[in-house]
Design a protein around this ligand. Structure first.
Ligand code: UD1
Ligand code: CA
Length: 467
């Protein structure tokens, strides 16, 4: 069975709680927008649910909802406003449970390490056990302020919030992950019965367990791995979640034959692909939809986002690449910058302190040091000298194009005043300011002739160095 057909079969409604303020994050950003390994927590939750086959996702928003709505807009989820943050049960009510049917999965928006497989397994267990309500639990080393699972004869009895718990209860290490599956009818019947009689005067969703048991519903506790229980309430937990995902990705890549010198110090996002035999040095960032071919080398401090790098490419230390394409056998850097829409054909060399933007370099062309090429199309086997510049931005604030033919030699410190077209096999003399097109095979020089004025400096005025 393919992932997709599996996904369609799962079919449930999800409610994601994301209205809380996240006070302990001490950050102006709404909590669920904090990125974990490059992706905002709330998007991770949504992507996981979609992959697991959720037929509908309802997101409960409140604090910072303007921003949250913007971030999730393209995902197709429905947002519901919780006007006042009166607790998790109140949050679920805000999602208009009255019109829900079938199975409902409820999760907190601040648990970024819940994966699609966890959700699929949970739904499956729920069905197998013929449960009416299931709560997902985990045994953790530091239960902190998570809700404690109270069992009697191994059966789930209640969930007690840490702040309402006795010192004995606080010793329990089995906790509530905040992930539940429940039949819609049960939710509709019992949610309105939850009261706010607790230390925080909040409506706790966890009270559903007692109410459901009173009505003789089948209530189950499903134990899962501590990873699922990793909630983010403060910055250190956010960093831990990112580190977990980066390590996991490094491990996967090593299993696929990528050489990673120090797996603790590479930051590679989930969707990135790296070919076998490639080598990754420390402090490398690979972001978004990046793909690296086989046998390529990424030296320290390389940052690449949304770019395609070919085979046997060497990206040297300190290079920054965004939305670009580098084909096979190229060398880039150290300290080079490829800005969006740059394309390097096979065997191109880009050296230190060279910046390219919206520029295409033909096969075997070189720009070895200190150059700026913007809005340019450079042919094959060209040599771009040190300090050469395409002057693409005019005083009228328009961008203009530079075109250079094949095998053309652009001398050091040449300024190409765009729009301009240089032919094949041409030579542009060092230091020239080129304002007119240059035909094939021509030498273009534009600089004042050198004049030497003899004895210009009176000899006696020059002080001799005393020995
Ligand atoms: C909750 C559970 C606790 C569990 C823990 C797991 C309750 C009463 N407690 O506690 O048993 O161990 O999650 O992380 O449910 N939210 C809203 N509106 C509100 C309140 C919260 O949308 O009015 C959202 C928050 O944005 C967050 C989630 O619900 O995404 C959980 O809220 P939080 O306050 O962090 O609950 P915990 O105290 O962690
Ligand atoms: Ca929480």
């Amino acid at each position: 069975m393919t992932q997709d057909s599996k996904a369609q079969k799962t079919n449930f409604t999800a409610i994601v709680l994301a209205a809380g303020k996240g006070t302990r994050m001490k950050s102006p950003l709404p909590k669920v927008l904090h990125p974990v390994a490059g992706v905002p927590m709330v998007l991770r939750a949504i992507q996981g649910l979609q992959k697991a086959g959720a037929s509908e996702i309802r997101l409960v928003v409140g604090h910072g909802q303007g921003l949250v709505r913007q971030v999730v807009e393209s995902t197709g989820v429905l947002c519901f406003e919780q006007k006042e943050q009166l607790g998790t049960a109140n949050a679920v009510r805000s999602a208009q449970v009255e019109n829900l049917e079938g199975e409902v999965l409820i999760m907190n928006g601040d648990h970024p390490l819940i994966f699609a497989d966890d959700i699929r397994n949970l739904i499956q267990s729920f069905r197998e056990l013929k449960a009416d309500l299931a709560v997902v639990t985990a045994i953790v080393k530091k239960p902190g302020d998570l809700g404690r699972i109270i069992r009697q004869k191994n059966e789930l009895k209640a969930i007690v919030e840490a702040r309402d718990a006795s010192s004995d209860t606080l010793k329990i290490r089995e906790i509530n992950t905040g992930l539940y599956v429940v039949k819609a009818d049960l939710l509709k019947e019992l949610l309105p019965k939850i009261k706010n009689e607790n230390s925080k005067k909040e409506f706790y969703l966890t009270d559903l367990i007692l109410l459901a048991q009173e009505e003789n519903y089948s209530v189950q506790a499903l134990r899962t791995s501590p990873r699922v229980a990793h909630g983010v309430n403060q910055q250190s937990e956010l960093a831990q979640a990112s580190q977990y995902l980066y390590r996991l990705k490094a491990k996967k890549l090593m299993e696929e034959g990528v050489l990673i010198l120090d797996p603790k110090s590479v930051y590679i996002e989930d969707p990135v692909v790296v070919g076998p035999g490639s080598v990754i040095y420390p402090n490398v960032f690979l972001r978004g939809k990046t793909a690296i071919g086989a046998f390529s080398v990424l030296e320290p401090q390389v940052f690449i986002s949304d770019s395609i790098i070919g085979q046997s490419v060497q990206i040297k230390m300190g290079t920054h690449i965004e939305k670009s394409e580098v084909k096979n056998n190229c060398q880039v850097g150290p300290y080079a910058r490829l800005r969006p829409e740059t394309v390097l054909e096979d065997e191109v060399h880009i050296g230190n302190f060279v910046e390219l933007k919206k520029t295409k370099m033909g096969k075997k062309s070189k720009a070895s040091h200190l150059a700026y090429l913007g809005d340019a199309e450079i042919g094959q086997e060209c040599n771009i000298g040190c300090g050469a510049i395409t002057v693409n931005y005019s005083a009228d604030k328009l961008k203009h194009k530079t075109k250079v033919g094949d095998r053309t030699f652009v001398g050091s410190d040449v300024q190409l005043i765009a729009p301009i077209e240089i032919g094949n096999d041409a030579i542009l003399g060092a230091g020239s300011v080129i304002t007119k097109s240059v035909p094939d095979f021509a030498l273009a020089v534009s600089r004042a002739k050198q004049t030497n004025i003899p004895d210009y400096r009176a000899k006696k005025s020059v002080k001799k160095i005393e020995e």
